[in-house]
Design a protein around this ligand. Structure first.
Ligand code: C5P
Length: 396
Protein backbone atom coordinates (compact mmCIF):
# COMPACT_ATOMS: atom_id res chain seq x y z
CA UNK A 1 0.00 0.00 0.00
CA UNK A 2 2.74 2.42 -0.95
CA UNK A 3 0.29 4.96 -2.44
CA UNK A 4 -2.18 5.10 0.46
CA UNK A 5 -3.80 8.52 0.69
CA UNK A 6 -2.53 9.67 -2.72
CA UNK A 7 -4.98 11.06 -5.23
CA UNK A 8 -4.08 10.30 -8.81
CA UNK A 9 -6.04 11.58 -11.78
CA UNK A 10 -5.43 9.14 -14.60
CA UNK A 11 -6.05 10.65 -18.02
CA UNK A 12 -6.61 8.17 -20.84
CA UNK A 13 -6.37 9.35 -24.44
CA UNK A 14 -7.23 7.62 -27.70
CA UNK A 15 -4.80 4.89 -28.71
CA UNK A 16 -4.69 1.11 -28.68
CA UNK A 17 -2.54 1.19 -25.53
CA UNK A 18 -5.67 2.47 -23.72
CA UNK A 19 -6.50 -1.14 -22.91
CA UNK A 20 -3.36 -1.28 -20.76
CA UNK A 21 -4.61 1.71 -18.75
CA UNK A 22 -7.20 -0.64 -17.23
CA UNK A 23 -4.38 -2.75 -15.74
CA UNK A 24 -2.65 0.43 -14.59
CA UNK A 25 -5.77 1.48 -12.66
CA UNK A 26 -5.81 -1.91 -10.97
CA UNK A 27 -2.14 -1.64 -9.97
CA UNK A 28 -2.55 1.91 -8.63
CA UNK A 29 -5.64 0.95 -6.63
CA UNK A 30 -3.83 -2.12 -5.27
CA UNK A 31 -1.15 0.21 -3.89
CA UNK A 32 -3.84 2.20 -2.06
CA UNK A 33 -4.16 5.17 -4.44
CA UNK A 34 -7.48 6.95 -5.00
CA UNK A 35 -7.76 6.91 -8.77
CA UNK A 36 -10.02 9.24 -10.70
CA UNK A 37 -10.15 8.41 -14.39
CA UNK A 38 -10.79 11.11 -16.98
CA UNK A 39 -10.84 9.94 -20.58
CA UNK A 40 -11.01 11.68 -23.91
CA UNK A 41 -13.70 11.01 -26.46
CA UNK A 42 -11.07 9.20 -28.54
CA UNK A 43 -10.20 6.85 -25.67
CA UNK A 44 -13.80 5.67 -25.41
CA UNK A 45 -13.45 4.12 -28.89
CA UNK A 46 -10.89 1.70 -27.41
CA UNK A 47 -12.15 1.02 -23.85
CA UNK A 48 -15.38 1.87 -22.13
CA UNK A 49 -15.86 4.10 -19.13
CA UNK A 50 -17.57 1.17 -17.38
CA UNK A 51 -14.27 -0.75 -17.34
CA UNK A 52 -12.51 2.11 -15.58
CA UNK A 53 -15.42 2.79 -13.25
CA UNK A 54 -15.46 -0.84 -12.11
CA UNK A 55 -11.70 -0.90 -11.52
CA UNK A 56 -11.38 2.51 -9.84
CA UNK A 57 -14.64 2.41 -7.93
CA UNK A 58 -15.46 5.92 -9.14
CA UNK A 59 -17.49 7.36 -11.97
CA UNK A 60 -15.40 8.32 -14.96
CA UNK A 61 -15.37 11.83 -16.42
CA UNK A 62 -15.17 12.50 -20.14
CA UNK A 63 -17.04 15.73 -20.62
CA UNK A 64 -16.12 19.17 -19.35
CA UNK A 65 -19.83 20.01 -19.21
CA UNK A 66 -20.49 17.05 -16.93
CA UNK A 67 -23.67 17.85 -14.96
CA UNK A 68 -22.43 15.82 -11.96
CA UNK A 69 -20.24 18.75 -10.88
CA UNK A 70 -22.52 21.18 -9.02
CA UNK A 71 -20.39 24.19 -9.98
CA UNK A 72 -19.95 23.04 -13.60
CA UNK A 73 -16.18 23.23 -13.11
CA UNK A 74 -15.09 19.61 -13.44
CA UNK A 75 -11.65 20.65 -14.67
CA UNK A 76 -10.94 22.69 -11.54
CA UNK A 77 -12.48 20.32 -9.01
CA UNK A 78 -10.80 17.20 -10.38
CA UNK A 79 -7.36 18.75 -10.71
CA UNK A 80 -7.48 20.35 -7.23
CA UNK A 81 -8.04 16.95 -5.62
CA UNK A 82 -5.03 15.46 -7.40
CA UNK A 83 -1.54 14.94 -6.01
CA UNK A 84 -0.55 13.90 -9.52
CA UNK A 85 -2.06 13.90 -12.99
CA UNK A 86 -0.85 10.92 -14.98
CA UNK A 87 -1.80 10.55 -18.63
CA UNK A 88 -1.34 7.03 -20.01
CA UNK A 89 -1.50 6.52 -22.89
CA UNK A 90 -0.72 10.03 -24.10
CA UNK A 91 -1.35 10.27 -27.86
CA UNK A 92 0.65 12.44 -30.26
CA UNK A 93 -2.36 14.71 -30.63
CA UNK A 94 -2.72 15.09 -26.86
CA UNK A 95 1.00 15.98 -26.46
CA UNK A 96 0.61 18.55 -29.23
CA UNK A 97 -2.41 20.12 -27.62
CA UNK A 98 -0.96 20.42 -24.10
CA UNK A 99 2.42 21.60 -25.45
CA UNK A 100 0.51 24.55 -26.91
CA UNK A 101 -1.75 25.17 -23.95
CA UNK A 102 -4.91 24.18 -25.78
CA UNK A 103 -7.90 23.40 -23.60
CA UNK A 104 -10.57 22.01 -25.86
CA UNK A 105 -11.80 19.05 -23.79
CA UNK A 106 -11.96 18.06 -20.13
CA UNK A 107 -8.52 16.45 -19.95
CA UNK A 108 -6.59 19.28 -21.63
CA UNK A 109 -8.51 21.89 -19.62
CA UNK A 110 -7.69 20.01 -16.43
CA UNK A 111 -4.01 19.81 -17.39
CA UNK A 112 -3.93 23.55 -18.08
CA UNK A 113 -5.68 24.33 -14.79
CA UNK A 114 -3.58 22.01 -12.63
CA UNK A 115 -1.49 22.96 -9.64
CA UNK A 116 0.09 19.51 -9.26
CA UNK A 117 2.80 17.71 -11.26
CA UNK A 118 2.02 16.02 -14.57
CA UNK A 119 3.49 12.76 -15.88
CA UNK A 120 2.70 11.52 -19.39
CA UNK A 121 3.37 8.12 -20.95
CA UNK A 122 3.44 8.63 -24.74
CA UNK A 123 2.13 5.85 -26.96
CA UNK A 124 2.10 6.10 -30.74
CA UNK A 125 3.41 4.71 -33.99
CA UNK A 126 7.20 5.13 -34.34
CA UNK A 127 6.91 7.53 -37.28
CA UNK A 128 4.60 9.73 -35.27
CA UNK A 129 7.04 9.71 -32.34
CA UNK A 130 9.98 10.51 -34.64
CA UNK A 131 8.14 13.25 -36.50
CA UNK A 132 9.84 16.62 -35.91
CA UNK A 133 6.55 18.08 -34.72
CA UNK A 134 6.25 15.46 -31.97
CA UNK A 135 9.94 15.89 -31.09
CA UNK A 136 9.36 19.65 -30.69
CA UNK A 137 6.27 19.07 -28.55
CA UNK A 138 8.03 16.54 -26.31
CA UNK A 139 11.00 18.88 -25.86
CA UNK A 140 8.64 21.74 -25.01
CA UNK A 141 6.83 19.62 -22.42
CA UNK A 142 10.13 18.61 -20.81
CA UNK A 143 11.15 22.26 -20.68
CA UNK A 144 7.80 23.02 -19.04
CA UNK A 145 8.57 20.52 -16.28
CA UNK A 146 6.31 17.72 -17.48
CA UNK A 147 7.66 14.22 -16.74
CA UNK A 148 7.89 11.97 -19.81
CA UNK A 149 7.69 8.24 -19.05
CA UNK A 150 9.15 6.33 -21.97
CA UNK A 151 8.15 5.56 -24.63
CA UNK A 152 9.70 2.12 -24.97
CA UNK A 153 10.95 0.50 -28.15
CA UNK A 154 9.63 -2.70 -29.58
CA UNK A 155 6.88 -4.28 -31.60
CA UNK A 156 3.93 -2.02 -32.26
CA UNK A 157 0.23 -2.74 -32.73
CA UNK A 158 0.57 -1.63 -36.38
CA UNK A 159 3.20 -4.35 -36.97
CA UNK A 160 6.16 -1.95 -37.16
CA UNK A 161 9.09 -2.03 -34.76
CA UNK A 162 10.57 1.06 -33.13
CA UNK A 163 10.24 3.68 -30.37
CA UNK A 164 6.74 4.73 -29.41
CA UNK A 165 5.30 1.86 -27.38
CA UNK A 166 3.79 2.80 -24.07
CA UNK A 167 5.72 1.55 -21.03
CA UNK A 168 4.15 -1.52 -19.45
CA UNK A 169 1.70 -0.80 -16.59
CA UNK A 170 4.16 -2.19 -13.99
CA UNK A 171 6.86 0.16 -15.28
CA UNK A 172 4.50 3.13 -15.10
CA UNK A 173 3.54 2.14 -11.55
CA UNK A 174 7.23 2.05 -10.68
CA UNK A 175 7.66 5.60 -12.00
CA UNK A 176 4.66 6.76 -9.97
CA UNK A 177 6.11 5.17 -6.82
CA UNK A 178 9.43 6.87 -7.55
CA UNK A 179 7.63 10.17 -8.00
CA UNK A 180 6.02 9.93 -4.54
CA UNK A 181 9.11 8.66 -2.66
CA UNK A 182 10.99 11.30 -0.64
CA UNK A 183 14.45 11.71 -2.18
CA UNK A 184 16.37 10.96 1.02
CA UNK A 185 19.35 9.54 -0.92
CA UNK A 186 19.52 12.19 -3.65
CA UNK A 187 23.06 12.59 -4.97
CA UNK A 188 24.32 9.42 -3.23
CA UNK A 189 26.03 6.55 -5.02
CA UNK A 190 24.90 3.23 -3.67
CA UNK A 191 26.55 -0.09 -4.46
CA UNK A 192 25.05 -3.39 -3.43
CA UNK A 193 25.44 -7.12 -3.87
CA UNK A 194 22.51 -9.52 -4.14
CA UNK A 195 21.67 -13.15 -4.86
CA UNK A 196 23.86 -16.21 -4.36
CA UNK A 197 27.26 -16.91 -5.82
CA UNK A 198 27.98 -20.05 -7.81
CA UNK A 199 31.32 -21.79 -7.41
CA UNK A 200 32.02 -24.18 -10.26
CA UNK A 201 33.11 -27.77 -9.61
CA UNK A 202 33.11 -28.59 -13.31
CA UNK A 203 31.30 -27.05 -16.32
CA UNK A 204 27.88 -28.30 -15.16
CA UNK A 205 28.13 -28.56 -11.38
CA UNK A 206 28.81 -26.19 -8.58
CA UNK A 207 28.38 -25.06 -4.99
CA UNK A 208 25.84 -22.37 -4.26
CA UNK A 209 23.61 -20.90 -1.54
CA UNK A 210 19.84 -20.68 -1.44
CA UNK A 211 19.06 -17.05 -2.15
CA UNK A 212 16.30 -15.68 -4.35
CA UNK A 213 17.89 -12.21 -4.49
CA UNK A 214 14.52 -10.63 -3.68
CA UNK A 215 15.65 -8.65 -0.63
CA UNK A 216 18.65 -7.20 -2.47
CA UNK A 217 16.57 -6.34 -5.53
CA UNK A 218 13.89 -4.70 -3.36
CA UNK A 219 16.63 -2.62 -1.73
CA UNK A 220 18.10 -1.60 -5.08
CA UNK A 221 14.67 -0.48 -6.22
CA UNK A 222 13.90 1.40 -2.98
CA UNK A 223 17.30 3.14 -3.09
CA UNK A 224 16.79 4.29 -6.66
CA UNK A 225 13.27 5.49 -5.79
CA UNK A 226 14.84 7.47 -2.94
CA UNK A 227 17.04 9.25 -5.49
CA UNK A 228 20.31 7.26 -5.25
CA UNK A 229 22.42 6.27 -8.23
CA UNK A 230 22.36 2.49 -7.80
CA UNK A 231 24.75 -0.20 -9.01
CA UNK A 232 23.65 -3.76 -8.32
CA UNK A 233 26.25 -6.52 -8.49
CA UNK A 234 24.14 -9.63 -8.83
CA UNK A 235 24.79 -13.33 -8.60
CA UNK A 236 22.64 -15.68 -10.72
CA UNK A 237 18.94 -14.97 -10.00
CA UNK A 238 15.71 -15.04 -11.99
CA UNK A 239 14.58 -11.47 -11.32
CA UNK A 240 14.06 -8.48 -13.61
CA UNK A 241 16.38 -5.50 -13.16
CA UNK A 242 14.66 -2.69 -11.22
CA UNK A 243 14.04 0.39 -13.39
CA UNK A 244 16.89 2.88 -13.45
CA UNK A 245 19.36 0.53 -11.74
CA UNK A 246 22.71 -0.43 -13.29
CA UNK A 247 23.11 -4.19 -12.99
CA UNK A 248 26.34 -6.13 -13.27
CA UNK A 249 25.92 -9.90 -13.49
CA UNK A 250 28.55 -12.10 -11.86
CA UNK A 251 28.74 -15.78 -10.98
CA UNK A 252 31.50 -16.59 -8.49
CA UNK A 253 32.54 -14.86 -5.27
CA UNK A 254 35.83 -13.83 -6.90
CA UNK A 255 33.94 -12.21 -9.81
CA UNK A 256 31.66 -10.47 -7.32
CA UNK A 257 34.63 -9.25 -5.31
CA UNK A 258 36.33 -7.85 -8.43
CA UNK A 259 33.15 -6.05 -9.57
CA UNK A 260 32.62 -4.59 -6.09
CA UNK A 261 36.22 -3.50 -5.47
CA UNK A 262 36.35 -1.77 -8.87
CA UNK A 263 33.46 0.44 -7.76
CA UNK A 264 33.66 0.66 -3.96
CA UNK A 265 35.98 3.68 -3.98
CA UNK A 266 33.33 5.77 -5.73
CA UNK A 267 30.40 4.62 -3.60
CA UNK A 268 28.92 6.52 -0.65
CA UNK A 269 27.04 3.49 0.64
CA UNK A 270 27.71 -0.24 0.24
CA UNK A 271 25.09 -2.83 1.18
CA UNK A 272 26.18 -6.49 1.10
CA UNK A 273 23.04 -8.57 0.71
CA UNK A 274 24.51 -11.40 -1.34
CA UNK A 275 24.68 -14.88 0.11
CA UNK A 276 28.32 -15.44 -0.84
CA UNK A 277 29.55 -19.03 -0.79
CA UNK A 278 32.07 -19.40 2.00
CA UNK A 279 34.23 -21.77 -0.02
CA UNK A 280 35.13 -22.36 -3.64
CA UNK A 281 36.68 -25.32 -5.38
CA UNK A 282 40.45 -24.90 -5.49
CA UNK A 283 40.64 -25.92 -9.13
CA UNK A 284 37.45 -26.39 -11.11
CA UNK A 285 37.64 -29.27 -13.61
CA UNK A 286 37.84 -28.13 -17.23
CA UNK A 287 35.66 -31.04 -18.39
CA UNK A 288 32.66 -32.71 -16.84
CA UNK A 289 33.70 -35.13 -14.10
CA UNK A 290 32.85 -38.68 -15.13
CA UNK A 291 31.12 -41.02 -12.71
CA UNK A 292 32.63 -44.20 -14.14
CA UNK A 293 36.26 -43.34 -13.36
CA UNK A 294 35.91 -45.11 -10.02
CA UNK A 295 35.77 -43.64 -6.52
CA UNK A 296 34.40 -40.34 -5.25
CA UNK A 297 36.08 -37.31 -6.88
CA UNK A 298 38.19 -35.40 -4.38
CA UNK A 299 37.05 -31.77 -4.20
CA UNK A 300 39.47 -29.46 -2.46
CA UNK A 301 37.89 -26.30 -1.08
CA UNK A 302 39.51 -22.95 -0.35
CA UNK A 303 38.02 -20.04 1.54
CA UNK A 304 36.44 -17.19 -0.38
CA UNK A 305 37.34 -13.59 0.45
CA UNK A 306 34.92 -11.70 2.69
CA UNK A 307 33.77 -8.98 0.27
CA UNK A 308 32.05 -6.89 2.92
CA UNK A 309 35.01 -6.94 5.31
CA UNK A 310 37.24 -5.94 2.39
CA UNK A 311 35.14 -2.88 1.60
CA UNK A 312 34.81 -2.00 5.30
CA UNK A 313 38.63 -1.99 5.55
CA UNK A 314 39.03 0.61 2.78
CA UNK A 315 40.35 4.01 3.83
CA UNK A 316 37.62 6.61 3.20
CA UNK A 317 35.41 3.77 2.02
CA UNK A 318 31.61 3.83 1.81
CA UNK A 319 29.20 3.51 4.72
CA UNK A 320 28.88 -0.29 5.00
CA UNK A 321 25.77 -2.30 5.72
CA UNK A 322 25.81 -6.08 6.15
CA UNK A 323 23.19 -8.78 6.48
CA UNK A 324 23.21 -11.57 9.04
CA UNK A 325 20.98 -14.47 8.12
CA UNK A 326 20.66 -16.63 11.23
CA UNK A 327 18.49 -19.51 12.32
CA UNK A 328 18.68 -18.63 16.06
CA UNK A 329 20.03 -16.02 18.56
CA UNK A 330 19.49 -13.36 15.92
CA UNK A 331 20.41 -10.26 17.93
CA UNK A 332 23.48 -11.69 19.64
CA UNK A 333 24.89 -13.13 16.41
CA UNK A 334 24.12 -9.96 14.47
CA UNK A 335 25.91 -7.82 17.08
CA UNK A 336 28.94 -10.11 17.02
CA UNK A 337 29.05 -10.02 13.21
CA UNK A 338 28.82 -6.24 13.18
CA UNK A 339 31.85 -5.95 15.46
CA UNK A 340 33.84 -8.62 13.65
CA UNK A 341 33.34 -7.00 10.24
CA UNK A 342 33.73 -3.54 11.73
CA UNK A 343 30.64 -2.09 10.07
CA UNK A 344 28.24 0.56 11.41
CA UNK A 345 24.99 -1.24 10.56
CA UNK A 346 23.95 -4.85 10.26
CA UNK A 347 20.54 -6.19 9.32
CA UNK A 348 19.58 -9.44 10.97
CA UNK A 349 16.96 -11.77 9.58
CA UNK A 350 15.79 -15.18 10.69
CA UNK A 351 16.20 -17.49 7.73
CA UNK A 352 12.97 -19.38 8.43
CA UNK A 353 11.09 -16.06 7.99
CA UNK A 354 12.44 -14.65 4.80
CA UNK A 355 13.89 -17.22 2.50
CA UNK A 356 12.45 -17.20 -0.99
CA UNK A 357 9.20 -15.55 0.04
CA UNK A 358 7.90 -12.03 -0.31
CA UNK A 359 7.72 -11.27 3.41
CA UNK A 360 10.52 -10.93 5.88
CA UNK A 361 11.28 -9.91 9.46
CA UNK A 362 14.31 -7.74 10.14
CA UNK A 363 16.18 -6.25 13.07
CA UNK A 364 18.57 -3.36 12.50
CA UNK A 365 21.62 -3.25 14.75
CA UNK A 366 23.74 -0.10 14.90
CA UNK A 367 25.66 2.01 17.44
CA UNK A 368 22.38 3.03 19.08
CA UNK A 369 21.26 -0.53 19.69
CA UNK A 370 18.68 -2.85 18.23
CA UNK A 371 15.71 -1.64 16.14
CA UNK A 372 13.24 -4.39 15.25
CA UNK A 373 11.05 -3.71 12.20
CA UNK A 374 7.50 -5.04 12.14
CA UNK A 375 7.07 -8.02 9.77
CA UNK A 376 6.17 -6.71 6.32
CA UNK A 377 6.74 -7.24 2.63
CA UNK A 378 10.30 -7.05 1.38
CA UNK A 379 9.52 -3.81 -0.50
CA UNK A 380 8.16 -2.10 2.64
CA UNK A 381 11.13 -3.30 4.71
CA UNK A 382 13.48 -2.15 1.97
CA UNK A 383 12.00 1.33 2.13
CA UNK A 384 12.33 1.44 5.93
CA UNK A 385 15.92 0.25 5.76
CA UNK A 386 16.77 2.89 3.15
CA UNK A 387 15.26 5.57 5.42
CA UNK A 388 17.33 4.27 8.35
CA UNK A 389 20.50 4.35 6.25
CA UNK A 390 19.67 7.89 5.05
CA UNK A 391 19.31 9.01 8.68
CA UNK A 392 22.62 7.44 9.69
CA UNK A 393 24.46 8.91 6.69
CA UNK A 394 23.05 12.39 7.15
CA UNK A 395 20.52 12.25 4.32
CA UNK A 396 17.78 14.88 4.33
O1 C5P B 1 29.95 -13.87 7.55
P1 C5P B 1 28.61 -13.97 7.00
O2 C5P B 1 28.55 -14.67 5.69
O3 C5P B 1 27.56 -14.51 7.92
O4 C5P B 1 28.20 -12.43 6.79
C1 C5P B 1 27.11 -12.04 6.04
C2 C5P B 1 27.34 -10.66 5.47
O5 C5P B 1 28.65 -10.56 4.88
C3 C5P B 1 26.39 -10.37 4.36
O6 C5P B 1 26.20 -8.98 4.32
C4 C5P B 1 27.15 -10.87 3.14
O7 C5P B 1 26.70 -10.25 1.94
C5 C5P B 1 28.58 -10.49 3.48
N1 C5P B 1 29.59 -11.41 2.93
C6 C5P B 1 30.46 -10.98 1.96
N2 C5P B 1 31.44 -11.83 1.49
C7 C5P B 1 31.53 -13.08 1.97
C8 C5P B 1 30.64 -13.54 2.95
C9 C5P B 1 29.68 -12.68 3.42
O8 C5P B 1 30.35 -9.83 1.51
N3 C5P B 1 32.49 -13.89 1.50
Amino acid sequence: MELKGKHVVLGVTGGIAAYKAAELVRLLVKQGAEVQVAMTEGASHFVTATTFQALSGRPVFTDQWDARMPNAMAHIDLSRQADLILVAPASADFLARIAHGLADDLLTTMVLARDCPLLVAPAMNRQMWENPATRRNAAQLLADGVGLLGPASGEQACGEVGAGRMLEPEEILDEVLTFFTPKVLAGKKLLLTAGPTFEAIDPVRGITNLSSGRMGYALARAARQAGAEVTLVSGPVALPTPAGVERIDVRSALDMQAAVMARAGEADIFIAVAAVADYRVAKAAEHKLKKDLGGVPPIELVENPDILAGVAALKNGPFCVGFAAESQNLEAYAQAKRRKKNIPLIVGNLIQDGFGGDDNRLVLVDDDGVHPLAPASKSTLARQLIEHIANLTGGN
